[in-house]
Design a protein around this ligand. Sequence first.
Ligand code: NAP
Length: 336
Amino acid sequence: MASAQKIPAKMMAIAISEPGGPRVLKPETRDVPLRGPGEVLIRVRAAGVNRPDVLQRKGAYPPPPGASDLPGLEVSGEVAALGDEISRWRIGDRVCALTPGGGYAEYVKVHAGSVLPLPAGFTHTEAAAVPETYFTVWHNVFERGGLKCGETLLVHGGSSGIGTTAIQLASAFGAYVITTAGSREKCDACLKLGADRAINYREEDFVAAVKDATGGKGANVILDMIAGDYVTRNYEAAAVEGRIVQIAVQGGAAASVDFSRLMVKRLTHTGSTLRPRTVEFKAAIAVALEAQVWPLLGSRKIAPVMDTILPLSEAWRAHERMEDGEHIGKIVLDVG
Ligand SMILES: NC(=O)c1ccc[n+]([C@@H]2O[C@H](COP(=O)([O-])OP(=O)(O)OC[C@H]3O[C@@H](n4cnc5c(N)ncnc54)[C@H](OP(=O)(O)O)[C@@H]3O)[C@@H](O)[C@H]2O)c1
């Protein structure tokens, strides 16, 4: 190992004691992870909570091979130790990171390519709310969906962690942003973040509303986390040569689809999941984010929307809040 601080052998972590409801999240004493070559050990100060953590807790989203069984896909903290072959980071650097799991703990090991500096002026709780949604939105909206300045983005679930990020980023890069959300309060929050049009999908048909807002043209890119009966409706709401990017299937993985719409409009329907991707792939996204997005965060042109901050020991309450569906933006655990 290149260098190390005094690091305890044991740490407190929140583990999934068995698949089930929020109360299966229980404190456990675990060994502090041993970093390998190219890996950074982070003393975690805050950990972001994401919907995939809820799916993992229920037993529906197992960690990829080699990843920690502890939940937690993003953290911020200080570099506590460095494996070999790392030149960029120093012990004590304030960083945030995308993790393949293990974030609900006092220490986590992460590949150096998934680590970024804290955006200028950010607290640890703010920084922990950034990596998972920014990596996901950057790849799916801009790289996979190819959203360009002047195009229209439709993002479903605009008040979610992912949605609040997508609205702000797309709007900052010059897109016209339409979003859906389940209440007036959530729609208002989306408009404040920069959405040009917010559709309460419980009261309005989003296909008609998108057509209306775009002079009949439709959305160039659609970021969808619903699937199910949204698939054909997304095809209806899309513009000619539109790109639909699937990042979740909350409305059901199976769908009856009218493919004639896809052919007639020459649509592209794609999708991805971030967690199992290679460290090289994630490192390339980190480079793009640091160059193009970190300056926007540092100048507060955009910022994570903080819903709730709870202590790590109350991770179960954080999951309850997420499953209640009342939150707007991000829920974060303060690790101390
Ligand atoms: N593929 C990937 O790499 C990746 C990575 C991270 C997250 N994800 C997925 O992205 C989604 C958001 O994650 P998150 O952590 O931001 O979770 P979250 O904050 O809990 O968001 C879930 C959102 O879904 C919305 N929703 C549910 N049904 C809806 C509908 N019919 N129309 C519009 N919105 C609807 C909810 O809003 P309402 O109350 O308004 O319905 C809620 O805002 C999750 O499904 C997650 O699994 C995917």
